[in-house]
Design a binder for this molecule. Structure first.
Ligand code: ZN
Length: 475
């Protein structure tokens, strides 16, 4: 009777061991795939709509922020707003361990159509330096404009609260700086509040021009302008959607580049368009409460914004704007007319929505500055073949794990397929003709962070003549 008992105990012990092994294997399988970048999840969670509301109300409290308004009054005018923003960005920088620096970038704007007398224009610029030596010169810029206007752009005295246009964008950028200053990124991020937007994009133009002169490697620029109203003039309430405007054909393209682009059907694949696709992909993963609607235009119909001077200088750039605008609350003197309230007042701003737009920006910027850069010199051979050959330069970041080739049907809006191809610099897609798909390449690092896609340009045609087919060699 003893033996069976012993056997039974052994059997039970074996069962228990199997159970432990299985449970361990199961829990490992469940925890093995890291659910994205944990820092990005924390950043998204830390963004505060209360702080954004307080910033918007503070900016409104300066009465007007017209670029032509008082520069030295501590309470009213653009100077008071400038100094408050400078102090707030400095508070954010104090949390960065010396990695964020803040400056006032000023210049004197000569007389121009909306500038009746020479005027000092000041951008407040906070730079969070990247920590990876190979990536610190790679820069991502995010901006909002802190100037405002009433009905007349040159009226410096009227009240111009500019709660939505564009205290919303400015407050969003300030909140990003506050939260992100505490985190480390491989590449550099510039958070800025620019002036002179309503005077025809003056502050942004000055920054972009200086960047170009100094060969600054701006890989992407976001402008946030009018990102606070969720009830459109059309009566539509939409708290989930943010529009991302991106141009298809680059503003600065030469005639030769345009000819090449037409020959390969690349009108829908500028670097700015890749940026819009990147933002959409990151948002789906990290800010699922929000929906990015890509608009295939540089800006709203016939209109412009602070991303434009960057595009004109060859930088990839996009514009964020609310889904349905209400023109009664933009560029309007505050008044009641036929029972309708006009004016850009805080009561028409949805602060939770602004915070969500800020989250979309922050997640996208954090991924851009954590992931490897977009691959450079990506080319596709032009020879006649049913295969597609891609070639690119190796990225210089030491933590690059490899590359992915992506593709989509020519009528698809976003990249629908991706294939890890290893740490290589050439890849052939067998049996997939470049006539029938769009292809691109992106780099992935060891943590799984994916950078934006580069669309290949056609390689110079090789002089090899196609081998004659057997049929042709027959007599
Ligand atoms: Zn604006």
């Amino acid at each position: 009777m003893r033996l069976p008992l012993k056997k039974c105990a052994l059997f039970l012990l074996a069962l228990m061991m199997i159970g432990i092994v299985c449970t361990a294997a199961y829990s490992q399988r469940r925890s093995a795939p890291v659910r994205g970048n944990p820092d990005i999840r924390k950043i998204v969670a830390e963004m505060s709509s209360r702080r954004i509301e307080a910033s918007i109300r503070k900016l409104v409290s300066f009465g007007t922020r017209n670029t032509l308004s008082e520069q030295n009054d501590p309470n009213r005018g653009i100077g008071a707003a400038r100094d408050w923003l400078y102090a707030e960005f400095q508070k954010a920088a104090a949390e960065s361990g010396g990695r964020m620096t803040v400056e006032k970038q000023s210049y004197e704007q000569p007389r121009a159509p909306r500038i009746p007398q020479p005027t000092i224009v000041t951008n407040v610029v906070a730079t969070l330096k990247g920590t990876q030596p190979e990536s610190t010169s790679r820069v991502y810029v995010v901006s909002g404009h802190y100037d405002s206007m009433c009905s007349s752009p040159t009226d410096a005295k009227c009240d111009a609260p500019g709660a939505n246009d564009d205290a919303s964008g400015t407050a969003a950028v300030l909140e990003m700086a506050r939260v992100m200053a505490k985190y480390k990124f491989e590449a550099t991020i510039v958070f800025m509040a620019v002036a002179g937007e309503e005077q025809s994009l003056l502050g942004a133009t000055y920054f972009a021009e200086q960047a170009k002169k100094n060969n600054m490697d701006i890989e992407a620029m976001f402008t946030n302008d009018i990102v606070g109203n969720t009830l459109g003039g059309n009566g539509v309430r939409d708290r989930r959607t943010v529009r991302v405007f991106s141009e298809g054909v680059p503003s600065n393209e030469t005639a030769q580049e345009a000819t090449t682009r037409r020959s390969v059907g690349g009108e829908n694949d500028s670097q700015s368009r890749q940026l819009a696709r990147f933002i959409k992909e990151v948002t789906e993963r990290y800010v699922p409460a929000m929906k990015v609607t890509m608009i295939y235009r540089r800006d709203r119909y016939g209109r412009g914004g602070d991303h434009q001077p960057f595009l004109e200088r060859g930088y990839a750039a996009v514009r964020f704007t609310e889904p349905n605008e209400d023109y009664r609350h933009q560029h309007q003197n505050i008044r009641i007319e036929n029972g309708i309230q006009y004016g850009d007042l805080p009561q028409f701003v949805d602060f939770d929505y602004v915070a969500n737009v800020a989250r979309v920006n922050a997640a996208s910027l954090a991924m851009l500055a954590s992931a490897p850069a977009r691959p450079k010199n990506v080319t596709m051979t032009t020879g006649l073949s049913n295969d597609t050959d891609l070639k690119w330069e190796a990225n210089k970041e030491p933590d690059v794990a490899g590359y992915e080739v992506v593709w989509r049907d020519t009528t698809a809006a976003t990249w629908t397929n991706s294939r890890p191809v290893g740490n290589v610099m050439t890849y052939t897609l067998k049996g997939m003709s470049k006539d029938n798909y769009f292809f691109g390449v992106r780099a992935v690092d060891q943590q799984g962070n994916r950078g934006p896609v580069t669309y290949p340009r056609p390689a110079a045609r090789t002089q090899t003549t196609p081998r004659p087919s057997p049929r042709q060699t027959l007599p």
